[in-house]
Design a protein around this ligand. Sequence first.
Ligand code: HEC
Length: 163
Amino acid sequence: MKHLPKKKKKDSTISRIKKPGNTKLVFGAVLVSALFIFYFQFFASTPVTRGEEIYNTYCVACHGVRGVGENPEDIYAMDEYGFVAPPMDDTGHAWHHTDEQLIRMTLEGSPRNPRMAAWKHVLTQEDAEDVVEYIKSLWSPYIRENCQGPRHMECMRIGSPAQ
Ligand code: HEC
């Protein structure tokens, strides 16, 4: 019983020393994680972020912000057959093409519509691959994973989840 007050004092001293240490550690960890998230969110470049930059520089004028395409009623955008720049998101039929077809169209242009120029003098193969990665990021995950290219017929069946 004699030692009890002494022991108590010791305990409270330890807990007083420990507490600020833990707080600093937690604060430090939160700060480091926040910096990582900030860095990856805004600075780390991935094929999609590089592709987005290329898209917003060269393609957005016709294919629209986030790939919505031109207004099909816009008579000033129409070619002689009445075609406008199609959407690149999943409301159009960009997803009916394979990566290779989309890359080829980007680099070689459209054989039937001179408005879709060949970009091979401006963009490298890698640029075209990145821009296609960005375009694909605009599609719903279901379409991206199950419906691209030759598989698109499957997804066009009435009642499929892609509808
Ligand atoms: C001056 C307008 C214009 C610009 C700029 C443009 N396009 Fe196009 N694009 C078109 C038109 C018009 C078509 C339709 C071609 C056709 O009917 O054959 C098209 C078609 C396409 C297609 C085929 C889509 C499909 O569903 O078949 C792809 C892919 C494409 N463009 C990618 C790009 C990319 C990538 C860029 C930027 C590097 C770009 N385009 C810039 C006008 C443009």
